[in-house]
Ligand binder design. Structure first.
Ligand SMILES: [Zn+2]
Length: 153
């Protein structure tokens, strides 16, 4: 395991590839633990490319830096300071307390996620119906203001 003391030594020398590999593994394992999909992708990248953890971290960061995207890369919600990924919170749908299995998980279950999605869709459909009624009313009002159409000769 990497200690804070080791990191201080690394900063001085910077040339110990095995130590950097160990540090990179800590980062890759942590990032993979936040989302099973990410974990899968990280492992696929390492398998396909034959990369070490050090190469994986270096490539993901190095390409961004080479392209001058250091200020274009948006902040990622999972890396905001103070965000507790796996602490118990309340489900906004059923109001029950739950512990997220995936970082960034909002609802307690798939059932609550589907229920919330159905509510959002119903609200959207209602809004569309309401605006259609408004268009009809506006057209009727405009027609009334213009008076009867001229007689056809
Ligand atoms: Zn719920």
């Amino acid at each position: 395991m990497v200690s804070k003391e080791d990191v201080k030594v690394l900063k001085k020398t910077g040339d110990d590839e095995n130590f950097i590999e160990e540090c990179a593994k800590v980062v890759v394992d942590y990032v993979g633990s936040l989302d099973p999909q990410w974990d899968k992708r990280l492992k696929i990248a390492m398998d396909e490319k034959g990369w070490t953890n050090r190469q994986l971290c270096g490539s993901l960061m190095g390409v961004q830096l080479d392209r001058g995207l250091h200020l274009e890369t948006p902040t990622h919600i999972l890396f905001e300071p103070g965000v507790k990924h796996f602490s118990t919170k309340e489900c906004p749908e059923c109001q029950k307390a739950f512990t997220p299995k995936i970082a960034g998980q909002v609802m307690c279950s798939e059932a609550c996620g589907l229920a919330a999605a159905r509510k959002r869709k119903a609200a959207r459909d209602e809004e569309v119906a309401r605006s259609a009624i408004n268009v009809e009313a506006a057209m009727a009002a405009a027609q009334a203001a213009m008076g009867p159409p001229p007689p056809v000769r």
